[in-house]
Design a protein around this ligand. Sequence first.
Ligand code: GRF
Length: 201
Amino acid sequence: MKSIAILISGRGSNMCSIVAACASGRVQARVVAVISNEADAAGLAYAAEHGIATRVICHRDFATRPQFDAALAQALDSYAPDVIALAGFMRVLTPAFVNAYRGRLINIHPSLLPAYPGLHTHARALAEKASLHGATVHFVTPELDGGPSIVQAAVPVLEDDDAARLAARVLEQEHVIYPQALDWIVQNKVKLDANGKVQFL
Ligand code: GRF
């Protein structure tokens, strides 16, 4: 069975949805490790309660980004994961790190990329009076939130939405599409090809 390592920085609700999907067989894989760059990430407790190995590698303990990424890679490699899922992991990774895990490093972003890369996506969608918003699961490439999409979910922006209400509706969809995308990947139904395009097989 394929293995998944998950990187988090906080709440970890996407991580929980992936763990639950693996436990129920909706994703044909097991979660071998949850690693956080923040010691107080709420998600760590959930992972530990579910018998998953947890590690904290705090970016503030390293002088440079490459040094942090090297420590992260060393920790990840000790679990030999087939797939690495970024789930609310709030650090920008170096191109060297990203390229080392090409095709195996996946992220979820709370917008319909290429709209609203970066932070504060819900507030930006509201400010621009977008009628549709949503989430994207994508392969990670060195360009921040710029990698090719695997699956997206759209939600309508409602008249009385604020950023919190909109974020909650998007998050509900995130919890559906992230496990789905990971199941496709571990079952070799989708891959990143040599030209950097997503192929469904
Ligand atoms: C999610 O909205 C995810 O798309 C974004 O950060 C948030 C993390 O939430 N990258 P959680 O930690 O998974 O609950």
